[in-house]
Structure formats: C-alpha cells, structure tokens
Design a protein around this ligand. Structure first.
Ligand code: DC
Length: 222
C-alpha cells in the first residue's frame, strides 16, 4: 500500500512586481509536479472587492470592515490554486489598472495579511507547493529551506509589463511594498537571489532548479 505523506514542503519565491516570479513558479509547478500559488492574486481579490463596494482602499478601517464580510476561499484547480470570493473567481478584473494602483495600500493592512497568510499556510496541508509573493520566505513559510528571491532592474520590469499590454506602476508598488510596516518586501534570511534582468525565463527556471538541487529539494525524505 502506498504510504500517506504526513507533511508537505514549500518552495518560496519572492521578488518585486514583474520580476518574472509568476512565470517561473508556474513552470516549476509543472515540471516538479507541485501546486503553484500566486499569493498576489489573493491581495488583488480583496482589493477588487473593496473597489467594487465603492470603499476607499487607502482607509484601513474601511478595508478591515469589508474584509470581515468577504467570503474568501482558496481551491486547487489542476496545478494552481485559485482564490474565490463568494464562491467565484473574480477573473481578469484582478489585473486591472485600478487594482494595480490600490493593491499595495490594501496589502499593507495587518488584518488583510493575517487572514490571507492563514489561507496560504493552509494550502500546505494538501500538497507540496511553489508559492510566489513578497513575504513567502520571510513570513508565510520562514522555516522552509527552499527560498529564492528573483529581482530585475526597474526599467526591465517596466518593459515586461508594457509588452504584456498592461499599465502597471511597478516602481511605485515596490516602494510601497518595501516601506510598509507589516511583512515588507525583503530578501528573506537564507534566500538565494537571482537577478533576472539579463536572463530569459528558461535561464531563470534552469538556475532555480539548480538552486533547489543544491538546497536538497530532490533528496528530501518524502
Ligand atoms: O504579485 P502581484 O504583483 O500580483 O501582487 C500584487 C500586490 O499584492 C503587490 O504589489 C503587493 C501585494 N502582495 C503582498 O503584499 N504580499 C504577497 N505575498 C503577494 C502580493
């Protein structure tokens, strides 16, 4: 009889906006057969709900009040997790310009982080994960030895977003994400840094697999 896994492991991938971490996490999830979790989508879903209710995303009290009324859940769909609000995935609106502009203010509210971090940690009950975000190695799974931080110059990241046809103030978001008091964007203790400015996605994936090998991912006792 196959033995039941009693614990799962997480790969943490952090970095600023448009550093390439979502694409790398998605490819790693496919090749290593893990569940990919895009934690930014969760902060975006809360932000979208606040905007849809006509509330002020820069007013922490209003954000906390609406948060309590939201019915948030997270499911695993194939190789990726999906955030649901009231049982539905909010869709493309998550990446709208309005959400881009407001998400950092919402993500700075401690109650929002507390709730979403609990949802994120809960996903590790079910499978091995590759989770990408800003505080995955520092706050969500500080104990994991598998931490990668992907960065790229601001001009390169701007160009990447523009090439996707998206209007995203990546520099401003990073400044806010780095400056907030609760769980700011940092290089987590023990994270290996990759500067992807001059690299292709394939290069970054290959490099990440090499880092994970060095960190012992493939020789875990599972
Ligand atoms: O990864 P993204 O660009 O979709 O994330 C959107 C915003 O969500 C980002 O500007 C800051 C916030 N975020 C966060 O605070 N912590 C995370 N773990 C992930 C995202």
């Amino acid at each position: 009889m196959p033995t039941q896994r009693t614990r799962f492991d997480a790969i943490a991938i952090d970095g600023p906006a448009a550093s390439g971490k979502s694409t790398v996490a998605r490819i790693l999830a496919e090749t290593l057969e893990l569940t990919m979790v895009n934690s930014g989508e969760m902060y975006r879903a809360v932000t979208l709900s606040i905007l849809q209710q006509g509330a002020d995303p820069s007013a922490p009290d209003e954000v906390s009040r609406i948060l309590q009324e939201l019915e948030l859940s997270c499911i695993i769909d194939g190789r990726a997790s999906r955030i649901l609000v009231g049982g539905k995935h909010p869709g493309e609106a998550l990446r709208s310009e309005q959400v881009n502009t407001s998400v950092s203010a919402v993500a700075a509210v401690p109650e929002v982080r507390k709730l979403l971090v609990a949802l994120q940690r809960n996903l590790l009950e079910h499978s091995d994960l590759v989770m990408e975000g800003r505080d995955i190695g520092s706050v969500v799974f500080p104990e994991t030895p598998y931490k990668i931080y992907i960065e790229a110059s601001e001009s390169v990241r701007h160009r990447r977003r523009a090439a996707e046809g998206l209007n995203d103030s990546v520099g401003e978001r990073d400044r806010l994400d780095r400056a907030r008091k609760t769980a700011p964007l940092v290089v987590a203790d023990g994270a290996v840094v990759i500067d992807s400015s001059e690299m292709t996605i394939d290069d970054v994936v290959e490099h990440s697999v090499g880092i994970l090998r060095d960190l012992g991912w493939f020789s875990r006792n599972s």
